[in-house]
Design a protein around this ligand. Structure first.
Ligand code: ZN
Length: 360
């Protein structure tokens, strides 16, 4: 009975903000990408991850989920952590050195944004929606770190590589790049109207829904649009019928196989990046914005808006939504989109890793 109560309590304190693609998606992207590494790249990675000269199977997948594990530790303490004693110490030191690292996983651009803004253009009206620590900028910091000769401080190359693998996944989750914005006046809150235009989204009194984390299908904060993309749609692709069910090793293997098969199709060659690799993360973010728009990720009826945490910098607006016409149909329509995004992420992660000027 006591165990049962503890289990219920653990469920109650479980993170409300789902992590992008959850472990199943991140690990599948990493496993599929690992199949496409050049021998030289595999050797450099093996060295940085502490495996000697040979990269063992599943090494990238294991590294891919570390940024979520340290965030969970920061939010929920050691009890809910999957890290061992040494891992907890490392994570605590990292969280102390980078207390804002939970912000590195995303960028909240309005849906109507044409692109992730160019670094050089300070007048771009999208620049206020970005941060030096958003998913695009941090991907570039990871690249820079891994291409630096010698030790790097205050983090390690191992940590930078784990972040790089993770963030390539995150930037391909459309709701880690695109966010809904809404006016929060008394008149607007009962039936919030989606603002897509960046000019209007930047006005005073307008708040975002944190990539769909605040768009709820029911009374439960966990039953939200962001979590549907991160978790349920990925599980459905792996052949898991019920979203609440934990994936088995067979489910995970099925998903990896599916992505690897998809990477062999001629259409997957279109996902490859070219040119200067410091520009790739911004291009991928722009692509995710387009995916959010074209897949109609935000086609919902919205009601009962409330303003959350208005005293904090990350104030947001929460509301209930109805999917058109049902959540099941929305999921069926968006499963192929998620399959494409996971495939793009795997193709591009392998490309980026093979392209880096490694300085182990
Ligand atoms: Zn993440």
């Amino acid at each position: 009975m006591q165990l049962f109560l503890l289990w219920i309590m653990a469920l109650l304190v479980w993170p409300h903000d789902a992590s992008a693609w959850e472990s199943l998606g991140h690990e599948a992207i990493a496993d599929a990408a690992q199949e496409h590494l050049s021998p030289e790249t595999a050797k450099s990675i093996a060295q940085i991850l502490g495996h000697g000269a040979t990269l063992p199977p599943h090494a990238l997948a294991k590294a891919s989920t570390w940024p979520d594990q340290i965030r969970d530790l920061q939010r929920h303490g050691t009890a809910a952590s999957k890290l061992d004693e040494h891992g907890v110490k490392e994570a605590q030191a990292f969280n102390a050195a980078f207390p804002d690292n939970a912000q590195w996983h995303f960028v909240n651009l309005p849906l109507g944004s044409a692109h992730y803004p160019d670094d050089a253009d300070l007048d771009d009206l999208l620049t206020p929606f970005t941060s030096p620590h958003d998913v695009v900028q941090m991907l570039n910091v990871c690249i820079e770190t891994l291409e630096t000769v010698g030790e790097v401080t205050p983090w390690t190359k191992t940590q930078a590589l784990r972040w790089l693998i993770h963030l390539v996944g995150d930037v391909h989750q459309p709701l880690h790049v695109a966010t809904g914005y809404y006016r929060t006046t008394h008149q607007d809150l009962p039936n919030p109207v989606l603002i897509e235009n960046p000019h209007d989204a930047g006005r005073v009194g307008v708040l975002g829904d944190r990539g769909g984390n605040d768009l709820l299908f029911s009374d439960s904060a966990r039953d939200n649009l962001h979590a549907l993309w991160d978790s349920c749609l990925v599980k459905a692709l792996a052949g898991i019928g019920a979203c609440g069910k934990a994936p088995t090793a067979e489910d995970a293997a099925r998903l990896v196989h599916r992505i690897i098969q998809r990477m062999k199709l001629a259409s997957s060659f279109d996902y490859r990046s070219s040119g200067e690799h410091f520009s790739w993360a911004a291009h991928w973010a722009t692509d995710s914005l387009k995916t959010a728009r074209e897949s109609k990720a935000y086609a919902f009826v919205r009601r009962n808006g409330i303003v959350r945490d208005s005293h904090m910098a990350d104030a947001s607006i929460r509301m209930t939504i109805d999917a058109p016409p049902t959540k099941t149909e929305y999921s069926t329509n968006h499963e192929p989109v998620v399959e494409t995004q996971l495939t793009k992420a795997a193709v591009r992660l392998a490309d980026l890793l093979n392209h880096l000027a490694w300085k182990p």
